[in-house]
Write a protein that binds this ligand. Structure first.
Ligand code: HEM
Length: 500
């Protein structure tokens, strides 16, 4: 039997669509807007159109005209993530999936399939899996991590500081979170260009993505096996030793979740913050007064350009009502972080700075709220601050209008951030963690400082005599042979991660 197509609004009869010649003709069945194709090239404008037409919760169509709600209101989004009795992250109850509307090759399929990981679990199982992750996160030494971030920043800046030019996306933002996360997880030896390229390759879904997936997964499996054998003081060992008694497979899966969640979002955050401090008049205007700190710039960026624009997805467990719309059991709802952050009811003036207000949706909320947000903030705050300390004269090397982004429903990624500055000598980064002095919070860069006048001075990392730094051996990324059974693992990853 062919299932009757699921409709959110009951208006999917094409005969009820707009008359020929009407601009609404580009829309899908029932006159609904599509979150894909030409209409979705500017998602931010589309969300505003939807808000005008439908209010805080709007019916939309995903690829293949699969129906979905997108939650646009700040309050409504918080209600969804904070009400596990009504909404969950278990796609197995999604009506279009049950009714066969979502084909196995649906471009959003990778986001959809359920996995036994904390992101999708509920109730006691969620508590067990998430408890292990948050338990391991709670043991992370923040001072040590700050030293790692500083050292990694110095190392990255050393690679381009003598040239006077850099692309702060590919030379900095795309590397720093990987260097720090490999250290935190317990596999500093795995951090290199190859790991970064393999991860980016996977996220882009290129032809070598399956091999790249195998490469990253292999590193995490080896780490799990090593630490099961011989625990050390790192995240992986804490995850293994947690009373939740995770199996090896669960450990590897959660190392994966943490590495991927931490990597892509923090790359976006760092790139966005750097762009803002280089271009945004609100920050430039405050430079002279020295009021705006890097942490404040980070928070403003989390409001204006959240690293994840939406999270796919939450599902209604019962018939209910949200933002004036009737939601039926089994309906899917996109957690709308970017549109929720610009809801005019919480931000009537988008130009106003949000200093001191952390109620943005960038890290979600409720039982699934991001447990790594302090680490993410730490990497962005400390990394950007240390970079600006090294390059206080850094300037954008193109017109702001020439900057470009890649888009998806899930996120927005700055492609390049070219900069120039006075060439500088490399700095000594050879001290071991624990001995490496922490650079001060900005003595010369005036985006801002978390230091107060009474803060004790912090030692500056010693600058060595200008001398050429041998470039790291070039290791062009050569994907491993495609694993025979890699496809399903890759599909499962994509299901969790991208959704199209
Ligand atoms: C700027 C960086 C980051 C952003 C914007 C971000 C954002 C998010 C969001 C929006 C969620 C889903 C919340 C929900 O469904 O309500 C999430 C979940 C999660 N994040 Fe993050 N995240 C970041 C960095 C990190 C880091 C550094 C870690 C680990 C060290 C991490 C670990 C996780 C985990 C494990 C989950 C799943 C939690 C659960 O389902 O219980 N994230 N994150």
């Amino acid at each position: 039997m062919t299932p009757e197509p699921h409709s959110l609004t009951g208006t999917d009869d094409p005969a009820l669509g707009p008359p020929p010649g009407c601009p609404a003709h580009n829309r899908g069945p029932g006159g609904l807007h599509r979150l894909y194709g030409p209409e979705a090239e500017d998602l931010a404008s589309l969300y505003e159109t939807l808000r005008e037409e439908h209010g805080p919760v709007a019916p939309v169509l995903l690829h293949d005209d699969v129906p979905m709600w997108v939650v646009l209101g700040h309050t409504e989004n918080l209600h969804v993530v904070r009400t596990p009795s009504q909404y969950c992250r278990d796609s197995r109850i999604w009506s279009p999936l049950q009714e066969g509307m979502v084909k196995p090759d649906h471009p959003l399929m990778p986001h959809i399939a359920w996995e036994p990981i904390c992101s999708y679990a509920e109730g006691d199982e969620h508590l067990r899996l998430r408890g292990a992750v948050t338990g391991a996160i709670s043991t992370i030494d923040h001072r040590g991590t700050r030293r790692h971030i500083n050292r990694a920043t110095q190392r990255l800046v050393n690679q381009f500081c003598e040239s006077g030019r850099a692309d702060l996306v590919s030379d900095f933002a795309e590397h720093l979170p990987m260097a720090v996360m490999c250290e935190i997880l317990g596999m500093p030896e795995e951090y290199n260009d190859r790991m970064v390229q393999a991860t980016r390759d996977m996220l882009r879904g290129t032809e070598t993505a399956i091999a790249s997936h195998g490469y990253v997964l292999g590193a995490l499996q080896r780490l799990t096996a090593r630490r099961r054998q011989q625990p050390e003081e790192d995240f992986a060992s804490q995850l293994i030793g947690h009373p939740a008694r995770l199996t090896d497979d669960e450990v590897t899966k959660h190392l994966w979740v943490v590495l991927m969640a931490a990597y892509e979002a923090t790359v976006n955050l760092i790139a966005n913050v750097l762009r803002m401090v280089l271009t945004d008049p609100r920050f430039r205007a405050q430079l002279s007064g020295g009021q705006m700190t890097v942490p404040e710039a980070v928070e403003q960026s989390l409001w204006d350009e959240p690293p994840f624009s939406t999270v796919f997805a939450y599902y209604a467990k019962h018939d209910t009502e949200l933002g004036g719309q009737r939601i039926r059991k089994g309906d899917g709802l996109l957690f709308g972080i970017a549109p929720g952050n610009v809801d005019p009811r919480v931000r009537p003036d988008l130009a106003a700075n949000m200093q001191g207000n952390r109620s943005h949706l960038a890290f979600g909320g409720g039982p699934h709220e991001c447990p790594g947000q302090d680490i993410a903030r730490g990497i962005a705050d400390t990394g950007v601050d240390a970079l600006l300390m090294r390059l206080p004269d850094v300037q954008l090397d193109c017109d702001e209008e020439d900057l470009t982004w890649t888009h998806s429903i899930a996120s927005r990624h700055l492609v390049e951030l070219p900069v120039y500055f006075e060439p500088k000598p490399p700095q000594d980064i050879m001290q071991k963690p624990g001995h490496a002095p922490v650079p001060p919070q900005r003595a010369t860069w005036q985006v801002g400082s978390v230091q107060t006048e009474s803060s004790p001075p912090v030692a500056v990392a010693p600058v060595v005599e200008p001398q050429p730094v041998a470039p790291p051996p070039q290791q062009p990324y050569v994907p491993a042979p495609e694993p025979v059974r890699g496809l399903s693992a890759w599909q499962r990853f994509l299901r969790w991660w991208r959704g199209y």
